[in-house]
Write a new protein. Structure first.
Ligand code: CU1
Ligand code: CU1
Length: 272
């Protein structure tokens, strides 16, 4: 059984195992396709024109499936590994152990944003970026450089209190839990964290930074927490909505999984 733990509680051996599994996927060519897929789905499905991965109700099930697939790949390397979650309402500074050299490494240097310590520093030779939006092949960060601090627990709770999952017009202008969590309206949770980390995390190729997975594991946990708080609030929309993934529509690029099939995460993993 896969248990996703708070990254702050991992032992050094658990941190090392996670890092090693990520590095193995990278060196065997199984990491970069995730970056390609995410970038292709950042605005809309480039084949169909539908909004699938972002700015739409399927933002949460799309990323849930994407993380499940990545976690299975990690486990093919090391069955003991799961995706840790980063509770950014609690670990709110660049001094968090998350950013230590024995885990993800720290912020980028001022000259060019290059991360220079930890296992994902360019100088290690193990983390050269191949899927890019520009010519820079090194991981970049500017922790806290976006100006706004990370979301607080009170802000997260205010979004968890919203009773409706989503609302017409089912996009970045919608009311409801999904859009306030994604961050296009209101206090802005998810988008703000991408900007706070900066570098590639603020772009469509954000999975180039392994913190992406820990950020999205916490976003996914917040969805599960919201479901527990609002057991009678369904995924919306239910059916018949153009250019939007309804409850029983399959999602690209997998084409064999629907939001309905992903509402219960517990067959796949639980949160510690
Ligand atoms: Cu995303
Ligand atoms: Cu994201």
């Amino acid at each position: 059984m896969t248990v996703r733990k708070n990254q702050a509680n991992l032992t050094s051996a658990e941190k090392q195992a996670f890092v090693n599994a990520v590095l193995t996927l990278k060196s065997t060519g199984r990491y970069d396709p995730y970056v390609t897929t995410h970038n292709a789905f950042i605005m809309s499905d480039t084949d169909s024109g539908d909004r699938v991965g972002h700015r739409s109700p399927s933002f949460l099930p799309w990323h849930r499936q994407y993380l499940i697939q990545f976690e299975r790949d990690l486990q093919s390397v090391d069955p003991s590994v799961s995706i840790p979650y980063w509770d950014w309402t609690a670990d709110r500074t660049a001094g968090s152990s998350l950013w230590a050299p024995n885990f993800l490494g720290g912020t980028g240097r001022s000259r060019d944003g290059q991360v220079t310590d930890g296992p994902f520093a360019f100088s290690t030779g193990n983390w050269t970026l191949n899927v890019r939006t520009d010519s820079r092949t090194f991981l970049r960060r500017a922790l806290g450089g976006g100006g706004r601090p990370l979301p607080t627990r009170a802000e997260a709770d205010s979004v968890l209190a919203l009773a409706a999952y989503d609302a017409a017009p089912w996009n970045s202008g919608s009311e409801g839990f999904r859009n306030h969590l994604e961050g296009w309206r209101g206090v802005n949770l998810h988008n703000r964290v991408h900007v706070w980390v900066g570098g590639q995390m603020a772009t469509g190729v954000s999975p180039n930074d392994p913190v992406f997975w820990m950020h999205h594991a916490f976003v996914d946990k917040l969805w599960a927490d919201w479901q527990a708080l609002h057991p009678s609030s369904p995924y919306l929309p239910a059916a018949g909505t153009a250019n939007v993934v309804d409850l029983n529509d399959t999602m690209r690029p997998w084409n064999n999984v629907t939001p309905a099939a992903l509402l219960d995460h517990t067959p796949h993993y639980t949160y510690a």
